[in-house]
Design a protein around this ligand. Sequence first.
Ligand code: NAD
Length: 427
Amino acid sequence: MKIIKIDDGTMEKFLQRSQLDSSSIVNIVEDIVSNVRDNGDKALHHYTEKFDKVDLKDFLIEEEDLKRSIQKINSQLMVSLEKAASNIEKFHQSQLPQEWSLEVDEGITAGQIVRPLERVGCYIPGGRAIYPSSILMTVIPAKVAGVEEIICCTPPGPDKTVQDMVLAAAYLAGADKVYRVGGAQAIAAMAYGTETIPAVNKIVGPGNIFVTAAKKMVYGQVDIDFPAGPSEVLIIADETGNPEYIALDLLAQAEHDPQAASVLVTTSMDLATAVKDQVEEELPRMKREEIITESLQKNGKIIVVNTMDDAIRFSNEYAPEHLIIATREPEEVVKDIKNVGSIFLGNLTPVAAGDYGSGTNHVLPTSFCARMYSGLSTESFLKKPTVQRLSEAGLKSLKDVVIPLAEYEGLYAHAESFKKRLDGIKK
Ligand code: NAD
């Protein structure tokens, strides 16, 4: 990894990382989405044969198979899944918003109620790796929010099945149905519905470039969480940062994907040098050395800045998916952090904690999206309709607001609806 010393003025050019450029695949995904919309299961069958190389008679995984998967997996892994699920549930319970109302003015009560989405679809990637943790991170918050029906789509493996760990996680988290369908065709199926897969109100979950492009295409027909690209970590550290831990956090992020980004921003040249040496020492023994090497070459950086304020400014511009703060007083640094998916404080909190088990959600915005999106949460599955009620006093106190404004806008029936009630209470 290169060490770069930057001053404020040169910050801009080090913010870039791999962006998902889906322009070359837009036509392919458009064809898939419209074919599934028009031809339902027949199109799903065609694309599953074409991309996943399996000929499936049906896509639904029977409930019995979900149940049976629990017995088939290693008992230690089951304990890990259960503990992770319990922490994720506890955390997401705390995110449930309260209903409230207040008297806005005399006789005018207004408030907000909370209602879950009725049916949601969770996309669980399954092309190059298996992600039981992503099942927990998508299904559990939906369950906590009170969603009535939660379905999952995940690609079938070469043997036509889905791994038992994924099915066990789905069963444990409380998914209602799991379908063996992947890619853009799964997204289109959940957006428009087919003979076997019902249309949902919202689609969430990570996926590759085809999945992400399809999610953007069906947005409007359904809601989506956000476009999520390759993973990223930014580490802010001072001289108290532990070089061995920091090196492993950089390597851990890089092993996700050749396009992943791992960045250290530090005020200490000594720490920068120690981390660089440590990364070089550790790299050859990493099981995913090839992916890590490509990722670090493309998007890995060690940046040395003059002050902690410069480090914070860089981080706010970068808007990382994950931010580790390994400084003497990390809580002080957090006060100035504006754009980030999830924060990990101190030397003892690796990103892996949030990936699997501290309870926070690992489905997070990437590629600058943390400037405008938060990660997946219980609120992602909730709507907050507003409610109001006027008393006679409320009608009177609003009359000089509503009637003149409605008449000014030429909406005379609006004004009449108010006047009629005022006449009614006078009688
Ligand atoms: P995937 O399930 O997203 O994609 C596999 C599907 O892609 C296949 O079923 C197939 O239908 C489709 N596909 C493959 N080649 C195609 C082609 N040429 N044309 C059309 N469709 C094609 O699985 P993946 O590919 O392993 O990607 C998973 C992604 O999700 C990775 O980038 C990973 O980093 C990311 N991820 C992110 C998180 C997170 O929380 N941010 C978690 C897990 C995974």
